[in-house]
Each structure stands twice: as C-alpha cells, then as structure tokens.
Design a protein around this ligand. Sequence first.
Ligand code: SF4
Ligand code: SF4
Length: 376
Amino acid sequence: MSIRVNPDLRNELIQFGIGDWNACYHCGTCTAICPLSEEGFLFPRKKIRLMQMGLQGPLESSVEPWLCYYCGDCTKTCPRDANPGELMMSLRRYLTSTYDWTGLSKKFYTSKIWELAWILFFAALVIISFLVILPSFGYKFTTELTAEGGVKLNSFAPIPIIEAFDWIMAIIVATLLISNILRMYYKIIWKNSTTKVSLWVHIREFWLLIFNFAVQPKFSKCDDKRYWGAHWFLMSGYTIMFIVIVVFLPWFQTEKILPVWDPQRWLGYYATFGLLFGLVIAIFGRLKKKDIKFRFSHVSDWLFLVMLTLTVITGIFIHIFRINGMPMATYVSYITHMAVLVPMILIEVPFSKWSHLAYRPFAVYFTQLKKNAVLK
Ligand code: SF4
Ligand code: SF4
C-alpha cells in the first residue's frame, strides 16, 4: 500500500462536498459518540487524520466510510464544528469515484454540467426512440382502446423490444458495478500485503452480504430509527420495481385491467408506496434542514431525488391513465417516465448516488473478511 503523501488531496476532496477537516483538533469525541464505530474499525476521527495528512493510499483502502450511516451524532457533538458526518459523506463520494475505472463518476460528482449533459443525452435518445425509431417500425400511437376500455400500451411500447432493452441496460449496469466492486475489493482486501483471507472465510461470511443488503441492520443501530425505516421502504420499493421491470416485464406491462386484489397490482402499489414514503422524508428533510443528516445537500443528492420522484409520479400517471382509457396521456406519461428512468439507471446506479446500495453491504462483508484475516 502506498504511504506517499498527496499534497493536492485536500483540493481534490473539496470537489466532492463541503467540509472543514482542518478545523478538527482530534479530541476524539466524534469517534467516542459514534454508534457504529467499533474496535479495529474506528471512525470518523481517524479518517479525518488521513485526509489532513494527504495519505491517499490508506484513505482509498478504507472501508469505514461505508460503515457510517450518517446519523449525525458526531456532527452534533463536535466542539469545533468540523462536521465529521458530512466529511464521511464526502469521503463516500470520493471513494465511489476511485472504484470507478471509467472516470465518469468523478466527472459526475465534480461537474454539474457533465451530469446534466449526460442525463439530457440519454433522455433525448429515449424520446427519439419513441417518437421516430419505433414508429418507423410500425409501433405507433393509437387511440383505439382494448375491449375492457384500457389503453393499448403495448402497440406503442412493444414488450419484446422494451424487455430486450431492459436486459441490455441491466447487463451494462451490472458489468460496470461488478467491475467497480472488484476494484473496491482489490483496494480493501487484496492489496494488503501483510494479511490474507482464506477462500473458506469468503464463502462462510457471504451470507452477511445478502443479509445487509436486505435488512441494513447497521443502520438500525443509529439512535433515531425513523430513517432506517424510511430508507428500508425506499430501497425495498426500488428493488421490487427493478426486478419486476427487468425480469417480469410481460407480466407487469399488461394491457389487461386486472382486479384490485391481483398480486401484480399489490406489488406495484407496495413498491410505489415504499418509494414515495422514502422520497417524501428525504425531500422534506432536505428542504427543512432541521436534522443534521439533511442539512447539507450536494447537487448529486438533489438530482437523484428529483429523478426518482419524477419516475415514480409518471409511473403512477401511466397506471391511472391506462386503466381509465386515456391513450395520449398514457403515451406522454410513458415517454416521460422512460426519459427519466433510463438516465437515472445508467448514471446513478454505477457512477453516482445509487451505487451505495451495492457498496455498503459489500463493505460490511469486506469488514468481516478483514476481521478474519491472518498474517501472511
Ligand atoms: S469531534 Fe470534531 S474536533 Fe473532535 S475529533 Fe471529531 S471532528 Fe475532530
Ligand atoms: S454520522 Fe453517525 S454513523 Fe457516521 S461517523 Fe458520525 S456518528 Fe458515526
């Protein structure tokens, strides 16, 4: 591991968020109060020290920033107003950019123009596909309704084409994310020249990854449990929607008007509720700025919230307009929905805010591997 000092590290880190780590005089209050800091994996003070010293190598191989769930207790108690909670948040953005080999994550986090330009580019591609490319193959808007009085959505957005596109998008995103996780593994585990972790430990502890993805038990250790609940609803809603849209699209994008008790409708309603519940808490929290965790917002936080909200609202509109036989309103909602959803998936999941869904459970798994490492 490199222990060379990078004198420009401070300037690089400033681009990823606010923070005044020079204000910190290392009293250690933040680490003492942190409900998630533990023996062998102490934070946030140690990380602030690495930042101050410009120790880029040890900082990039740190797992601790992902173990912080931004409860804000450290920021509330810091006698120097150094805002350690937000420093850890900025560090997570920085680490995301170091795992990404394409360099796009850094561009998106440090330049509003870059992220907006790519969002608009993908949105334009989606709109052109629906207004120009698909109609040229005979898939057109129709005001004709189904026998039940619903909109003929699939004549304009054909299931086999949308499904193929979903799979291509999912494969691209998964490939990028997996390659970034491998780089994260290399930095945190593999690169350590003094310890090694056996294959058996890798297999034995793998359940932690699944468990932490599904339940996020570490988050529940924060004194204020409300955000754990809201985050869980948001995440479960998103995961259900993602699986349903990618794997079960022919079942989900139906032209039939299913009875209200049909499981397809309930799954959709639950996912929508989960997403809306989490979004309302996050958006109002950031607007009111009362709680520490919502007091400081990076542009990437707002972009993500706005895009996800638009996706959910247009999804609700599609459902309402479709079953009430309103073709043009359905088609406009569908195109808008896809024009927001596609850039959100392609940009936010592998390169930006949404990537933490993968990095956090992997960080817990890697922490456990480190605990079980033996000297070489
Ligand atoms: S509480 Fe504040 S001053 Fe003390 S170590 Fe933490 S960040 Fe530094
Ligand atoms: S925000 Fe909470 S979890 Fe994160 S370092 Fe501070 S006290 Fe610990």
